[in-house]
Every structure is written in structure tokens, then in C-alpha cells.
Design a protein around this ligand. Structure first.
Ligand SMILES: Cc1cc2nc3c(=O)[nH]c(=O)nc-3n(C[C@H](O)[C@H](O)[C@H](O)COP(=O)(O)OP(=O)(O)OC[C@H]3O[C@@H](n4cnc5c(N)ncnc54)[C@H](O)[C@@H]3O)c2cc1C
Length: 425
């Protein structure tokens, strides 16, 4: 391989991007988009006929990121949670930071969720959406967490939602207007375990009433790891049969948290949802992840009774791809221009660059298949490949990225280990 021609330019550009984040005075490409060769190549490979229109938007976004958006990124701090007021009354007041709300609203306006559902570019819309996602990830903290779950929820509703839910909830989940857009969490994990949902303890009881939105149930249980607690709604698994039936007796529910305009509650407490505490997680400080108890919480059945695991699968698959993108983007965040003059070091960074490119192509290969599947143009073989590659891409990127990331952090010396530089997240 012609090392210099193929790898060095990409490494140097990757380093330039990261230097701008850590050492703004050293270098200043005008747009993250045009400085990221791997993304440019993906565009050339995948989206020939519509490339120019998309490129204009990505170049503009890349420029915005270097300016006003990055400034707000530093304002993302821990959410504030107050359980009781000064009279001892339970209030469960949850307030996310100004920076976090700005990131959410900006991502919504950029079409983070809207692009793949508006489908202006057919099956290529997914590639366009995830390219935008990839460019944004470095500065948007973990906004992909609530918005990735919102993306997955939109797909679930598209596939199994009632006509009323499709008409009233779906347009808001995919809206580009932050003043009316909804976000959604997903609640699966419980204390007995997350990977194995057959142990789910939360019980759903039919209230023998139904509305156009769906059959009404009440949920009682404890959800142990629930991100996006600030969301307007969540979709949750709960038991509609005996414990012995395992995952065959789980159904999916749409739980309103803050949906007054749909006749729902204006706060989670109004719907019997108590926040026990916020999780003290490593790194992902902006997003409120909570332990929740559900006490006669009203919810609508979403999809077929006892078909919950199958119904929620699109959330798992779509968030897996969001997660894979998040892992690979971390690899373009470390470095220093001076190290380009040290051949031994460049060779180890070359390995990082190669890994970054390989993981990016693997992930976007999966995105291409997802776009086809959602637009009904995938062959049977492509559907099978999508099923195989989705969990693989998520797991492989999450496993490979951290050690390469460590290499990038070390390349920045002590600065690579400072919270102030933003490298930690
Ligand atoms: C930042 C963060 C945010 C989260 N947000 C949410 C959320 O919003 N909603 C939600 O529902 N959950 C959320 N979770 C929880 C997450 O989904 C679970 O942690 C995950 O499903 C794993 O479950 P567990 O922690 O119980 O680990 P376990 O299920 O006990 O797994 C422990 C280890 O064993 C491995 N393992 C388990 N079963 C097998 C098997 N059969 N074969 C091979 N290996 C296996 C797992 O891969 C893992 O490495 C979040 C977690 C984190 C860290």
C-alpha cells in the first residue's frame, strides 16, 4: 500500500479536526464535513444522483458546528433533580442544562429524526441522516441517546401503531419544529437484568377500556435504567401473562409522560411515575437516566398483545446503528499536528485511522441496507444481511473503538486526559 498517499492525508485531517476542538489556535478547517475524507468518500460511493444537494447541507452544517454550536456544547452540564419541595411535597422536578436543550432543539431542526422518515431521497435518506448524525456527534454530547430512541420509536409506530397514534404522535416524533416535537425513551431494563427481558417484572393490567389510540392498561413495576427521562413519552415492555411464560408474555406499551395535548398527563408524577434517583454514569453526564417506579401508570397497548419483544425490535436495531456511529466518531477526536513528523508515532496512528475507516465503512454498509429495508427495496438476501450485520456493527465498533481512542488520547499528552478539553466524553 502506498502509505503516504492513502493514509497520511486522512490522519492529518483527522488530527486537524481534533486539534480545532482541543487547540483552536493551531488550525481551522472551515467545515468538519469537508475535512473528513472518509465521509466524503462514502458520499461518492453511495449517493451519486443526489450528492450535490446533500453535500451543500453537510458543508453548511460542518461550518455551523465550528462556530455557534461548539460554543453551546460547553454549556452541557448535569441535569438537576429535586424530589421534594420545601413543604415536603413530592415534586420530582427535573431540569436539563441550557446546553443540552440547545443541542436537542438544534438536532431536531437539522432533521436528525425527520430526514429518514421524510424519505425525500428514498433509500438514501438513511445514509444522509446518519452522515449528518456522524458529523454532529462530536459536539452534541450524547444527544443520540434520546434521539436514537425517538428514531426507533417512530419506526415502531410506523410498523405497528394504531391509526390514531400514527396521526397524532408520529408527526411530532419526526417533526423539525422543536416547539411541537416529541422525544421518546424506551424502558426495557429491570433489576433482574437487561439483556434477558424474559425476567421482566413490571405487570400490565387491562383497564377494560380502549380509545382510538389503543387498548388502555395500567403498569406497575420498576424500570431500572431509563434514559431520556425528560422525554414526552416512552415505550415500555410489561408482562401480560405469567412469569413462567417468559418473553412470550410481554407486550409493548406507549406510556405518556408529558402529553397534555393528547389528553395525557403534564408530568410523569401525574401518571404515577416516580423518579427514585438519577444514575451517576461515567461520561454521559448531560442525559438524565433514572430509576423509575410505575404505580398504576396509564399506558396504551402498542402492537399485538404478547408480541412486545418483536414489536420493540426496531428500537434495538436502530439504536445499535446510532451506537456504532457514536463509537467510530470518537476515533476522530484525538491527536496533535506535531506528531506527524515522528514516523514511529504516525505508524501507530495509521492503525487508528485504518480502524476508523474500516468501522465507518462497515457501519454505513449496514445503513445502506437499513435504508433499502425501510423503503421496501431490499432483496431477501439483503434483509438477511441486515439482520446479521446490525448487532455485529454495534458490538464490534463498541469493542474496537475504546483501545484506539486511548491511543488518540495519549497522542495529546496530558491534555488528552483533561475534562476541560471535552475529550473525556
Ligand atoms: C448509559 C446507559 C444508558 C442506558 N439507558 C437505557 C434505557 O434508556 N432503557 C433501557 O431499557 N436500558 C438502558 N440501559 C441499560 C442497558 O440496556 C443494559 O445495561 C443492557 O441491556 C445490559 O443489561 P445488564 O446491565 O442487566 O447486564 P447483563 O444483562 O447482566 O449483562 C452483563 C454482561 O453479560 C453479557 N451477556 C448477557 N447475556 C449474555 C448471553 N446470553 N450470551 C453472552 N453474553 C451475555 C452482556 O453482553 C454483558 O457484557 C442503559 C445502560 C447504560 C450504560
Amino acid at each position: 500500500m502506498d502509505f503516504n498517499r492513502h493514509l497520511l492525508p486522512n490522519i492529518i485531517l483527522s488530527l486537524q479536526i481534533s486539534c480545532c476542538r482541543v487547540l483552536p489556535s493551531v488550525c481551522s478547517p472551515t467545515s468538519i464535513y469537508s475535512a473528513t475524507l472518509t465521509i466524503l468518500k462514502l458520499m461518492y460511493a453511495c449517493v451519486v444522483s443526489i450528492r450535490h444537494e446533500i453535500e451543500r447541507d453537510l458543508t453548511r452544517l460542518g461550518g455551523d458546528l465550528m462556530g455557534p454550536i461548539r460554543q453551546m456544547s460547553d454549556k452541557v452540564t448535569n441535569p438537576k433533580f429535586v424530589q421534594y419541595n420545601h413543604w415536603g411535597r413530592r415534586i420530582d422536578s427535573l431540569e436539563t442544562s441550557e446546553g443540552w436543550r440547545f443541542m436537542r432543539d438544534t438536532a431536531i431542526k437539522e432533521g436528525y429524526i425527520n430526514i429518514p422518515y421524510a424519505r425525500k431521497y428514498g433509500e438514501y435518506s438513511r445514509i444522509y441522516g446518519f452522515l449528518k448524525n456522524m458529523i454532529m456527534t462530536g459536539d452534541f454530547h450524547v444527544i443520540m441517546c434520546p434521539l436514537g430512541m425517538t428514531d426507533g420509536t417512530a419506526r415502531v409506530i410506523e410498523l405497528v401503531g394504531s391509526e390514531a397514534v400514527k396521526r397524532t404522535i408520529l408527526p411530532r416524533l419526526i417533526s423539525r419544529d422543536p416547539s411541537i416535537a416529541y422525544t421518546s425513551g424506551q424502558w426495557m431494563t429491570e433489576r433482574p437484568g437487561g439483556s434477558d427481558v424474559s425476567l421482566t417484572e413490571t405487570v400490565a393490567t387491562s383497564s377494560s377500556t380502549s380509545s382510538t389510540m389503543g387498548d388502555m392498561y395500567t403498569l406497575d413495576g420498576f424500570k431500572w435504567f431509563s434514559s431520556a427521562t425528560e422525554a414526552d413519552m416512552a415505550i415500555a415492555l410489561a408482562r401480560t401473562g405469567s412469569q413462567e411464560q417468559g418473553s412470550r408474555a410481554l407486550s409493548l406499551f406507549l406510556v405518556p409522560l408529558r402529553l397534555p395535548e393528547q389528553g395525557g398527563p403534564s408530568s410523569p408524577l401525574e401518571n404515577g411515575i416516580e423518579i427514585h434517583r438519577l444514575k451517576n454514569k461515567i461520561g454521559t453526564v448531560g442525559v438524565p437516566t433514572a430509576e423509575l417506579s410505575l404505580n398504576h401508570t396509564k399506558a396504551w397497548l402498542l402492537g399485538p398483545l404478547n408480541g412486545g419483544v418483536k414489536a420493540i425490535a426496531p428500537v434495538l436495531n436502530i439504536t445499535r446503528i446510532h451506537s456504532a456511529i457514536h463509537s467510530i466518531v470518537r476515533l476522530v477526536q484525538g491527536g496533535s499536528t506535531l506528531l506527524k513528523d515522528v514516523p514511529l508515532y504516525v505508524s501507530s496512528l495509521a492503525k487508528v485511522s485504518l480502524l476508523y475507516r474500516a468501522l465507518t465503512h462497515m457501519t454505513f454498509g449496514t445503513v445502506v441496507l437499513l435504508g433499502k429495508s425501510e423503503c421496501g427495496t431490499a432483496t431477501k438476501e439483503e434483509e438477511a444481511r441486515l439482520r446479521l450485520l446490525t448487532p455485529m456493527a454495534k458490538a464490534f465498533t463498541a469493542q474496537q473503538a475504546p483501545s484506539a481512542m486511548e491511543e488518540c488520547m495519549a497522542a495529546l499528552g496530558a491534555q488528552g486526559y483533561m475534562e476541560e478539553t471535552g475529550i473525556g466524553r
